[in-house]
Design a protein around this ligand. Sequence first.
Ligand code: MG
Length: 382
Amino acid sequence: MQNLLILGSTGSIGTQSLEVIRNNPDEFRVFGISAQNNWQLLAKQIKEFKPDVAVITDETCLVALEEAVSGVSTKILSGAQSLTDLVKAPEVDIVINSLVGFAGFIPTVSALESGKRVALANKESLVVGGELLKKYLGDNYHQLLPIDSEHSAILQCLLGEDLNSVEKLIITASGGPFRTFTSEQLNNVTVESALKHPNWDMGAKITIDSSTLMNKGLEVIEAYWLFQLPLEKIEAIIHPQSIIHSMVTFTDGSTKAQLGIPDMKVPIQYALTYPKRLKLSTPQFDWTNNYSWTFEPIDTNRFPCFELAMDSIRGGGYLPTVLNASNEVAVRRFLNKEIPYISIHKIIRKSLEFINNDAGLSVESIKETDQETRNYAKTLKI
Ligand code: MG
């Protein structure tokens, strides 16, 4: 029986994680859950899963939550610091980190430092802190496991293989809702249209990142740290059907792929049971039907965010932190209808040019760079 702590239990990955746990009551027990401000759903989850601890990070929601679950024995905490403390609790075996954005970074560091297995949906942790977290990665994947369909696919393709015989990791991308848009059409993208993803059901931030292909850029950086291969060996391609979740080509010319109907419960469950598999009721692919799978290169003229991500990892140091922070701010400003869709990449580009931090890389200095970038990107007039 594994004791789980789910950071971000009311989000898309969080609720699907609880579904996996609900279906495997003999394997997993919920030790703790957390939400930012959705106290209504958190209260429901507390009543169903009866965790030892629950955290609401937005302190203004504490009273409402406490009233909603009065009489339940779960210990209720509030504030972001509670998350960082809780990941170290001796009862916790696995931390599922499905926090959104930079907020997930410090809990990831804390969990890895205290020797927990981390099932990581928060790719930003690796984007900003990959260099610092390197010591927990590499040869064995037992401590940090990706909850990202592409990285889970690569992990599955690499089972039993030697990293020295890898020629290329091929990360697939759906291309998002604007794959076929002209530059003119991209000028007129609305918040509503950007929030509709063709194949995956996800949270707002990652849905926008998917539409700009920033998500794919972040995923290349994530793969770079996770699998410790040179950047030239990592390639991203568009595969609009999203059936092949990623591939690995080996030095003898063989390519292995992992595929299936898109369902995040597959990579979630695999991260929890790796290297074992458990049964999962998910729609199976019908091989008797006529299907075509297609592939195309990424057009970085129409989707410059992808190239900005590549520039940041080539430059290294703090640049991926600047990339991530300015992207988070730009996406938020777009969702608030403060800036047009095509200004997202402009804010990121300007931030990458402006922010300059020469201090040695540390958790503290990454936090500072993140904050400095946010301050700059928030007020930047485009
Ligand atoms: Mg992904």
